[in-house]
Design a protein around this ligand. Structure first.
Ligand code: 6R9
Length: 654
């Protein structure tokens, strides 16, 4: 058996299966025949999905793929995204329904905003932006904490046809400046600060600094959130409460072309400057609304939905703003960190608001696992009916813990695979149909065709691994990289040019049933003595050890084997320091779980791992430590002090 076969065999030892609850299956939005229905005539299927939206002018053609890879969806159609997310619900008599239960980080700092109120706020902000000189086509940057005004600002931009670019509030002034520059943003919407871990944390100084590095910005619109002191430039800075609060709540939304740019979202690759991923209006809104309905089995009249992502991440765009609001559901929006002021904060929110659908990232789940089940067990979470996961492969142990401890063994877990580029979920179980397998994102959802292929672009047989590709265009696909069509073609469409497949950059495997297991970025694959090993598999093996909460594995250059496995491990709290034999114990565990080839050369016990704010481990930095280099650029880390801790050798190692 080759090592790859062995690791697949290891994966297949995961035999737990979870059938959908009967009542959920009986009342599910999508049933098993949806796959066949969609496959029969994909364009007709996507036309049906677009009918979820209100169009001012209907399209003449569903898809124009005459100039691949540049797609046009719903050609000739016209619509307004903000009208679809807000006004039409008010017109349908749902104005009094709560759109957003906003929960600030300071306890008892809450606001409930109805759809009618949201419509007024968005209209006022649209009028204010217009008065500041923003016209359709101008770009507006949004650099804000998780407050309702962030959502209002995004929708106000959409309403006037000004593509927004939301820059995550944790990013530095440099990162902000380069994004402002790249998309030539005319206005920045920000706040004095936001609350994180019980303290006011400033945002405006980073905008002030960014403006010294680029001169594209004309106006800065500032929400007063914390009341902290801010530097003020009368020529540029404008208070939100001065210009938005007094603006008219009457605003007629203009219908824009289906292909009108909706937003640019920057995403970093392993090399080169961040890519500005462009999404347009009709296809993107169709994709986010349909998937939110299908994957979460959304019942807008009874569900209370909560996605914990930051709006500075694509998940916040598709599954806080556009999908949920287009579908008219009530949702929770939380400003702060999961454990402030106490560890049960998230679960208390679930209990208080009777959340029914909960969507978060594996990194959060693993950090709760580390603390044990005592904290969540104190809360009544019986309202939950569906749990979602996104951002990384979810290790089987974390999946089972999530389902058991958070979901009381009732709730299907939907492991949703997608990317900034895909705009919406492409691979996921359907909660009322799929028998879920911990660790597998399962199959492309109805309407999507994806596959795992080898180097030559041939579909691999079941039981084998390769590259994840999307084999036909889909409505919410990125249209290009802002200002760089060539990079768009090179990055996503040149690897499998002959087949015309979209190359996602992820490695994946098909198991014996043909279900897909996403194994992480292909750049994270290691080559040890000629054997390809995936970081995810070794990490999952480590996390399946009872003393381990979380781990990150990298391949470090090795004189003997080409690359060698180096593992960083966070222990569970109840494991203490793990005992004197911990490194050997873990090393033996990987050996028995996967095989001798995967045995780490070095295991370091660390207090934390370097992560981006969306929870992705920055393995590049750990590779620097493992190869004893100076640690590279840490500007996108959520907490930049972590690398000092790790490099200072607070770690014990073999
Ligand atoms: C939505 C989002 C995209 C990359 C993607 C993949 C990883 C996301 C995943 C997953 C395994 C899942 N990823 N979801 N890997 N299983 N369910 O995360 O977008 O920030 O652009 O990241 O995240 O590697 O290629 P983005």
């Amino acid at each position: 058996m080759s090592s790859t076969d062995e690791t697949i065999a290891n994966l297949l030892r995961e035999e737990r299966r979870f059938a959908p609850p009967e009542d959920l299956a009986a009342n599910a939005n999508l049933s098993a025949d949806a796959y066949e229905h969609a496959a029969k005539d994909r364009e007709a299927f996507w036309a049906e999905q677009a009918e979820r939206l209100s169009w001012d002018t209907k399209w003449d053609q569903v898809l124009d793929w005459s100039n691949p890879p540049f797609a046009k969806w719903y050609v000739g159609g016209k619509l307004n995204a903000a009208y679809n997310c807000v006004d039409r619900h008010v017109e349908a008599g749902k104005g009094d329904k709560v759109a957003i239960h906003w929960v600030g980080e300071p306890v008892d700092d809450t606001r409930d905003i109805t759809y009618a109120e949201l419509k007024d706020e968005v209209s006022k902000a649209a009028n204010a932006l217009t008065d500041l000189g923003v016209a359709a086509g101008d770009r507006v940057a949004i650099y804000m904490p998780m407050i309702p005004e962030a959502v209002v600002a995004m929708l106000a931009c959409a309403r006037i046809g000004a593509p927004h670019t939301v820059v995550f509030g944790g990013f530095s002034a440099d990162a902000l400046a380069s994004r402002l520059d790249d998309c030539q943003a005319k206005v920045v919407v920000t706040a004095d600060g936001g609350y994180r871990r019980g303290a006011a944390s400033a945002l405006k100084p980073a905008v002030d600094e960014a403006l010294t590095k680029t001169d594209v910005v004309e106006k800065v619109l500032v929400v007063r959130r914390t009341g902290q002191d801010v530097a003020w430039n009368d020529d540029v800075d404008v208070w939100w409460h001065d210009v938005v609060d007094g603006a008219s709540a009457e605003h007629t939304p203009e219908a824009f072309d289906s292909e009108h740019p909706l937003y640019v979202m920057y995403t970093s690759g392993t090399t080169g400057k961040p890519k500005g991923i462009l999404h347009t209006t009709g296809g993107y809104l169709t994709g986010s609304a349909y998937t939110h309905h299908a994957v979460f089995d959304l019942k807008p009249d009874t569900d209370v939905y909560w996605c914990t992502a930051d709006i500075g991440w694509v998940t916040g765009h598709s599954y806080i703003v556009y999908g949920p609001l287009a579908n008219g559901v009530t949702q929770v929006l939380y400003e702060g960190t999961p454990d402030s002021p106490e560890r049960g904060r998230w679960w208390k929110i679930v209990q208080d608001y009777k959340v029914t659908i909960f969507y978060t990232a594996p990194t959060a789940i693993r950090s709760f696992m580390k603390q044990g089940s005592e904290v969540p067990d104190r809360f009544d979470m019986s309202s939950l009916r569906i749990l979602g996961s996104v951002g990384e492969p979810i290790n089987p142990e974390a999946y089972v813990w999530y389902r058991h401890v958070v979901g009381g063994d009732r709730t299907p877990v939907v492991d949703t695979w997608w990317q900034t580029e895909t705009g919406s979920i492409l691979i996921s179980p359907l909660p009322g149909v799929t028998h879920g397998k911990p660790g597998s994102a399962m199959t492309p959802i109805p309407g999507i065709t994806a596959d795992v292929v080898d180097d030559e672009g041939r579909s691999v047989p079941n039981g084998s691994g390769g590259y994840l590709v999307v084999t036909s265009p889909w409505p919410s696909m990125l249209r290009t990289i802002w200002g760089d069509d060539q990079r768009y073609v090179d990055t996503y469409w040149s690897r499998f040019k002959a087949q015309g497949y979209y190359f996602a950059g992820d490695g994946a495997k098909k198991d014996e049933d043909g279900d897909i297991w996403v194994l992480g970025r292909v750049d994270d694959v290691m080559n040890v003595s000629g054997h390809r090993l995936s970081t995810t598999e070794i990490e999952s093996a480590l996390v399946s050890h009872p003393k381990v909460a979380e781990s990150a594995v990298v391949g470090a250059t090795d004189p003997d084997t080409g690359q060698a496995v180096v593992a960083y491990v966070i222990l569970r709290e109840e494991a203490g320091d793990g005992g004197p034999e911990i490194v050997k114990e873990l090393s033996d565990h990987v050996r028995t779980q996967i095989g001798p080839i995967a045995k780490p050369r070095q295991i370091m016990i660390v207090p934390e791992l370097p992560k981006t704010r969306s929870g992705k481990i920055m393995r590049r930095l750990l590779r620097d430590v493992a190869e004893k280099r100076e640690v590279g650029d840490t500007t996108t880390l959520a907490d930049s002090t972590i690398m000092d801790l790790i490099s200072a050798g607070q770690a014990t190692s073999t």
